[in-house]
Design a protein around this ligand. Structure first.
Ligand code: G
Ligand code: G
Ligand code: MN
Length: 541
């Protein structure tokens, strides 16, 4: 075979056409000419901007940032059918990743030409566009399929890329969803969810600046979002898998994941699964109202249950975690829901005070029964800003007759980092008073090692999404192992949460975790039951 030298001005003719409108039609579905133009214009605008950025990054030699920009640009280009441009972006991404910046510079030049070609093609094709983008035969079928679905009335799209936002908006509207809202990041999405009722479909990108997709999933669970969730992302399969695990462990209703660019067919397939009667009929929990909480406090409806934490190798009970329980009109209310409601309505102070008091009295009674165990209580982020907190806890300890050195305060990773300075101040004072601080749900937030080192933690609790089934999932297992190693370096003791099977137990034991907690050992139970459980265990030992 004769190897030809590529000519700089006629690059990669085999890499696909400048603009493939059939491809665009597959991705966006039935759109009007004006809408197709708008999408392509949005794309060329972004691309022009990104190529300038590319030039700057090349001058600065910043290959990492360059690879990221190209990664996004590649998927935008594919979305509008700019296939040759997409393939160049991919090559440039590879070159940037391999620090081959000279090659990258050449490709960047090619991309400028390719962008010019797209603009020319667009002008030339403006008239014939309506034909090219008119529905392909299969669209008639899928449009019919959409008619039979009970689709959500209102959807929200969260994506930092304007092109992806507009594409999904067109797709969803085309499927017959009444109102499609779009926002550019997680913070705005949370605001929109609070402001607008009846959003029952959420499409999110994982890779966003500011609050990333994983953090957003957490916050979404905190506000008790009960609608359907679709992850639309260009990220790798492993990360998608972890996001899915996290969503499930937080009781979010994850309908599925779509790889970017999402096509009409893929979206429709997912929606037909999630709109099955069984899924659609899933009950919405009643909203928790501030008056209900006040009423519950007044009538002493809140209880504290205790879940054992045991030594990973001997399985001997070492401590308990106090978990709030509330039955309203005979029905249990999920603690995450009422805790969040209490935070939102400024009632977390009185509620927490009552729960901590009960937990400490429980701890004192355990000691009287012959079980001087550690007691861990969860500190809500909303309460962590109260400067009277350390004094309140000290007084409660004295009243209950429970020693400070056996109290552990569990604080979630996310709440600590949200207002790190205030939290650091309060936590240092708590630590000085002799309480042990534990970082809860570790792995679901975004703390760096450096940040962690600033906080006076003594214990690290691994989130159950990284424990459950980790034996079969190499990526999850790697996160688990790395977290345990980090804990060792920072001299923190470790607790694995959510140990449900012997397999989970063997794994965390093998990785050197100190304590375990989970349904395999015991669920949270009322104090009297716990005492019976502890006695039985003692007699078996
Ligand atoms: O108990 P699970 O049993 O469902 O608890 C759900 C969530 O509610 C957990 O994240 C837990 O940290 C939180 N939670 C449970 N009890 C309390 C409590 O007394 N105070 C606070 N702030 N959070 C609690
Ligand atoms: O978020 P935090 O770690 O504070 O809360 C612990 C939560 O985990 C509580 O909701 C508790 O009921 C739950 N939990 C405890 N053990 C298990 C377990 O083995 N499996 C599952 N799915 N949940 C558990
Ligand atoms: Mn906890």
């Amino acid at each position: 075979m004769v190897r030809k030298e590529a000519l700089p001005l006629a690059p990669l003719a085999d890499a696909g056409p400048a603009l493939d409108l059939g491809y665009l039609a597959r991705v966006v579905g039935r759109v009007e000419t004006g809408q197709a133009r708008e999408l392509i214009d949005l794309f060329t605008g972004t691309a022009r901007h990104d190529l300038l950025l590319c030039q700057r990054q090349l001058d600065e030699g910043d290959g990492v940032a360059l690879a990221l920009v190209m990664h996004k640009l590649k998927s935008s280009a594919r979305m509008v059918g700019a296939l040759r441009f997409a393939s160049l972006a991919e090559k440039l991404e590879d070159a940037a990743k391999g620090s081959r910046l000279d090659a990258a510079r050449l490709i960047c030049g090619d991309m400028k030409h390719a962008l010019g070609d797209i603009e020319t093609a667009l002008d030339r094709l403006a008239d014939s566009l309506s034909q090219a983008v008119s529905p392909a035969p299969t669209f008639a079928d899928t449009a019919h399929a959409a008619d039979n679905l009970s689709l959500p009335q209102r959807a929200l799209v969260v994506d930092d890329d304007p092109l992806a936002r507009r594409q999904l908006e067109l797709l969803l509207t085309g499927l017959g969803i009444g109102e499609v809202l779009t926002v550019e990041d997680g913070a705005n999405a949370l605001m929109e969810l609070e402001r607008t009722v009846g959003i029952d479909l959420l499409l999110i990108d994982l890779n966003m600046p500011g609050m990333d997709g994983i953090e957003f999933l957490r916050r979404l669970a905190d506000v008790g979002y009960r609608g359907c969730l679709l992850v639309v992302s260009g990220v790798e399969a492993r990360l998608l898998q972890s996001a899915a695990d996290l969503a499930r462990s937080k009781q979010l209703h994850l309908g599925g994941t779509l790889k970017k660019p999402a096509t009409r067919e893929a979206l429709l397939a997912l929606l037909s699964v999630v709109s099955q009667p069984a899924v659609a009929a899933r009950a919405e929990p009643d909203a928790v109202l501030p008056d209900d909480i006040l009423d519950g406090i007044r009538h002493d409806e809140f209880e504290v249950h205790f879940q054992p934490k045991v030594d990973a190798s001997t399985l001997r009970p070492v401590g308990v975690e106090a978990l709030a329980r509330w039955r309203r009109d005979g029905k249990p209310v999920r603690p995450d829901l009422f805790i969040v409601a209490a935070e939102q309505h400024g009632l977390i102070g009185p509620l927490s005070e009552m729960l901590v008091t009960k937990a400490l009295h429980g701890g004192a009674r355990l000691a009287e029964a012959g079980f001087p165990l550690f007691v861990a209580v969860n500190l809500s982020a909303g309460w962590l800003t109260d400067i009277h907190l350390p004094e309140f806890i000290l007084t409660s300890l004295q009243t209950a007759g429970f020693p400070a050195k056996r109290l552990i305060l569990e604080i979630t990773e996310t709440s600590v980092m949200a207002d790190a300075n205030t939290a650091l101040d309060i936590m240092t004072r708590l630590r000085l008073k002799g309480f042990k601080l534990s970082i809860d749900d570790f792995g679901t937030g975004y703390s760096s090692m450096e940040q962690l080192q600033r906080f006076p933690f003594g214990e690290l609790k691994l989130d159950r999404s990284f424990v459950q089934g980790a034996a079969e999932k190499p990526a999850t297992r790697a996160i688990l192992a790395a977290s345990l190693e980090l804990a060792l370096k920072l001299k923190l003791s470790t607790v694995a949460e959510g140990v449900e099977t012997e397999q989970d137990l063997d794994l965390v034991r093998g990785l050197g975790c100190d304590l375990v907690q989970g349904w395999l050992i015991a669920k949270a139970m009322p104090l009297d039951e716990l005492i019976v459980w502890l006695r039985e265990r003692d007699s078996q030992a």
